[in-house]
Each structure stands twice: as structure tokens, then as C-alpha cells.
Design a binder for this molecule. Structure first.
Ligand code: NAI
Length: 462
């Protein structure tokens, strides 16, 4: 017999789940969120926030090391990795309790237990958690994602022996490895490579493709790689990892490159070869929710194949970004409340929080052309910004504008350089609102700022 009845049951308290819970409660839905680990999900506990905390400490150290170029000599600058990790834990704790307070403030019931959908009723669904049965008229699945573990020989054994670790374990190491092999040169790999390089580890990134940073615009990816190489990070591109062997402090990553098998000795290997949706063991099969390659199939309003069940965030396998998850959760709740809403996937920005930062939104000229749009691009060095020059000795940052040739609408903006992560939302608004080059020329940007380079670029486009 059902013990508790709700309008909405949300599985997972990460960015999609907790944000949707707040919106749903505001909309008058009696809502419960089930979270088996900690509120805030991967983003807050082992992703976005912990990595940014570490990277900020590294940035302070980098500034100290490179102060000479700016007339500031710092001697004896050093980093205490264990202290950095302890501060990270403090930051995470504070923010997790903030999410808890948000839930209490909104009147959302938080159940700290793993939940599973057990069946349908005449008016909704049943969910079991911690031995109790909950009834919900609607369900929102926000169970997120986990590190993908490809079938590489030795990986599983090395993982349990803690030689090969994922984003989860690497954030809690209290001593830095002397030699770190990063398997996969995507976002997680690059952010961690940046941190460990700054604090003195020898870092080698092994990437199967011939460029780093996945879908990042090609010129920006090349500048990023060059800046990492200047700092001493080694890249093995076109190198596919085929085996992992070892224990902490004495391991090897085997990879294939140009038809040859090569061994890379290292003390620790980070597995960052992508993430996969978490759909197992949550009862989706009990009610027949359709999956595609392990991810929940959703439409643009977050509806799944089962009426009454929505899904949002990484579990749908679409963009796997926390800010996408927020928006998807909101749109799902809007749909439940009968409000027209949809996610504009075209204008979702993405950021790599390396130093220099990379931020992008919208099309590259290649993706626009592939979509049948007659597009062109214009690149402006950030040296056109006075503030950039003041703050970056020999900086090689750029901003690239992608626009439609016929209507001169802004299709994409891609940047590498300081503040890019904070600037990109303005560019996302331009893409979302389909602003034209002439519209942006008429906007007034603050001076001196790095974002001015975006406006300046518009005047260079003939
Ligand atoms: P990813 O998909 O970004 O990169 C994985 C890389 O591993 C790819 O470049 C792939 O070619 C390579 N690879 C796969 N198998 C390989 C093999 N056997 N040998 C060598 N290379 C191999 O995945 P990542 O970095 O694990 O990130 C996962 C997700 O987390 C992404 O979807 C990302 O959006 C999200 N994320 C976002 C962040 C941000 O927004 N700043 C930060 C961290 C993660």
C-alpha cells in the first residue's frame, strides 16, 4: 500500500533534478526528490564545482610563477595539494547544504535513498526507496551519468587497484602523481591535465583522434594545444589506448599509433573517455521507458515514450552539461504544468575551464555548412582588446564569429582567452535571438573589456 502520495517524484537530485523540483514546487506541484548520494549530483560533488575550485588554486600558482613578466617577482611560491583538496571539500559542503536549504525553502521533500520505479497505478506510478512506497502522478528521471568504462583490457582491474581512476577518485587524491597519463583529450582530461601540470606533475594526454577537445572549433583547439605544450603537457594524438596495466606508482598505458603498439609508463592514469547515461536499476524497464544506446529517449519537451514520465539532464545522453540539465528540467516542468516551452539547443554555450579558457556557442563554419547554411567566419585576435593586452603578455587568444552570408545573422561565437567563460552568455543571447552583425554593432559594450573584441569583430566583417 502506498505510504506517500505526490504530484511529482523526481529521481536524482543533481542540477536537472533539484532545479526542476524548485520550479515544480513553485508551480504548485507536491514534489519529492530522491537522491542516493548527495544533493547537487556529479556537477556539485565530483564535477564542475570541485574542478573549478582546484583550477582556481592552480591559477593563483600560475600567476605567481609568471609574475615576472608583469613586474611582480614572487619567490618560493608553492602549492599544498592536500590543502587545495580540503578547501575543495569545504566549498562542496557549503554548496550542497545550500541546495538542501533551497529544497526546504521550496517545500520539496528530499528522500536520501536510492529510488526505483516499480509500476503503474490508475493515477500514476509507484516508486520504492528505502523500503517505502511512494505514489506519484508524474515522474521526472534525472539520474545523470557516470564515467564510461570502455572494454580496454586491464582497465577494470587497474580501476579497482586505483591505478586507473575516474573524475570521481582523482579529485580526492591527497598527493599528486609524479607522472599522470590522461586517457582521452576531452573536457575532463584537459581540465585535469591543466591542474596537475600546474602543480608539477608530468602530464601526457593520450587521444585517439587527431585533435584535442572533441567538437571544439579546430583553430581554437590548436591554440589550446599549443598553449598546453608551452607549459610542458605532452600530447599523443591519433593514439588509441588498447591496454592498461599496473598499480599506483608503477603502471603502463599501452596505445596504438601508426600501426605500432607503444608503452607509456606512468604512476596514475585518468580515464576520461566520455560518460554514459545512468539508466540501470531504476525500474525504467518496469514501465517500458524507451532507451537508445543506454540513454532515455526524450522529445524537445523532455517527454519519454511513457506518458506521465519525463527525463532531463545527462540521462537523455544529449549534451551532458549541467546548464543544459537545468534548462531541460525547467522545460519538463513547464510541460507538466501545461506551459509551452522548449530547449533551444542551438544556443547552449560550452566552456572548458583551462587557462586560457575556451568558450563556444552555436555553429562552426563546418557544422553550419554541413547543415546546408551558407556560412562564413571571421577571426579577430584578442590583441584588439586593450584589457587583453594589459593582462596577457604575448597572448594568442582569438574570437571567431560564424555568420550566415545571406542574412548576416550570428550563428556561432568561439573564443579562447581570459574571461571567455563569463563572456559567452552574451554571445549565446546573440545566437538565440538571431541577432545580425549590424544589431551587435549598435550595442554598447563596457570599455576596457575583453568582450569588446566581439563587437570590434563585427566592424571587420565586410
Ligand atoms: P569527452 O567525450 O569530452 O572526451 C573523451 C575523449 O576520449 C574523446 O576525445 C575521445 O576521442 C577519447 N577517447 C575515447 N576512447 C579512447 C581511447 N581508447 N584511447 C584514447 N582516447 C580515447 O569525455 P570526457 O572528457 O570524459 O567528458 C565527459 C562529459 O562531461 C562531456 O560530455 C562533457 O560535456 C562533460 N564535462 C563538461 C565540462 C565542462 O563543461 N567544462 C567539464 C567536464 C566534463
Amino acid at each position: 500500500m502506498a505510504e506517500m502520495k505526490f504530484d511529482l517524484l523526481i529521481l536524482g537530485g543533481g542540477p536537472a533534478g533539484y532545479n526542476a523540483a524548485e520550479r515544480a514546487a513553485e508551480g504548485g506541484l507536491k514534489t519529492a526528490v530522491f537522491e542516493e548520494r548527495a544533493l547537487g549530483g556529479v556537477c556539485l560533488n565530483e564535477g564542475c564545482i570541485p574542478t573549478k575550485t582546484l583550477l582556481y588554486s592552480a591559477k593563483i600558482l600560475d600567476y605567481a610563477h609568471h609574475g615576472d613578466a608583469y613586474g611582480v617577482t614572487v619567490t618560493g611560491a608553492s602549492i599544498d595539494h592536500a590543502k587545495v583538496v580540503a578547501r575543495k571539500d569545504k566549498v562542496v559542503k557549503k554548496l550542497v547544504s545550500g541546495v538542501g536549504a533551497k529544497m526546504r525553502g521550496a517545500g520539496v521533500t528530499v528522500v536520501s535513498a536510492s529510488a526505483r520505479i516499480t509500476g503503474k497505478t490508475s493515477s500514476g506510478f509507484t516508486v520504492e526507496a528505502d523500503g517505502k512506497t511512494y505514489e506519484g502522478a508524474k515522474i521526472l528521471v534525472c539520474t545523470g551519468s557516470e564515467a564510461a568504462m570502455p572494454p580496454i583490457p586491464g582497465l577494470k582491474e587497474s580501476y579497482s587497484a586505483s591505478f586507473a581512476v575516474t573524475n570521481r577518485e582523482i579529485l580526492d587524491l591527497t598527493t599528486a602523481p609524479k607522472r599522470l597519463a590522461v586517457i582521452g583529450g576531452g573536457v575532463i582530461g584537459l581540465e585535469m591535465a591543466s591542474y596537475f601540470n600546474s602543480i608539477g606533475s608530468e602530464v601526457t594526454v593520450v587521444e585517439m583522434l587527431d585533435k584535442i577537445a572533441g567538437p571544439t572549433e579546430k583553430d581554437i583547439s590548436a591554440i589550446l594545444q599549443k598553449s598546453y605544450e608551452k607549459r610542458g603537457v605532452k600530447f599523443l594524438l591519433g593514439a588509441k589506448v588498447t591496454a592498461v596495466e599496473g598499480k599506483p606508482g608503477a603502471g603502463v598505458v599501452r596505445y596504438e599509433k601508426d600501426g605500432k603498439t607503444v608503452e607509456l609508463p606512468c604512476d596514475l592514469a585518468l580515464i576520461s573517455v566520455g560518460r554514459r547515461a545512468r539508466t540501470a536499476g531504476i525500474g525504467l524497464d518496469a514501465v517500458g521507458v524507451q532507451l537508445n544506446r543506454g540513454a532515455v529517449v526524450t522529445d524537445e519537451r523532455g517527454r519519454t515514450s511513457v506518458p506521465g514520465i519525463w527525463a532531463a539532464g545527462d540521462v537523455n545522453g544529449k549534451l551532458m552539461l549541467a546548464h543544459t540539465a537545468y534548462r531541460e528540467g525547467e522545460v519538463a516542468v513547464s510541460d507538466m504544468l501545461g506551459k509551452a516551452d522548449r530547449v533551444d539547443y542551438r544556443s547552449i554555450p560550452s566552456v572548458i575551464y583551462t587557462n586560457p579558457e575556451v568558450a563556444s556557442v552555436g555553429e562552426t563554419v563546418e557544422s553550419a555548412k554541413a547543415a546546408g547554411i551558407d556560412a562564413a567566419e571571421f577571426t579577430l585576435p584578442l590583441q584588439y582588446s586593450g584589457r587583453y593586452v594589459a593582462e596577457n603578455e604575448n597572448g594568442d587568444g582569438i574570437v571567431k564569429i560564424v555568420y550566415g552570408k545571406q542574412h548576416r545573422e550570428i550563428l556561432g561565437v568561439h573564443m579562447i582567452g581570459s574571461y571567455a567563460s563569463e563572456i559567452i552568455y552574451g554571445a549565446a543571447a546573440m545566437v538565440a535571438k538571431k541577432q545580425r552583425i549590424e544589431d551587435v554593432e549598435k550595442l554598447v559594450f563596457p570599455h576596457p573589456t575583453v568582450c569588446e573584441a566581439i563587437r570590434e569583430a563585427m566592424f571587420h566583417i565586410s
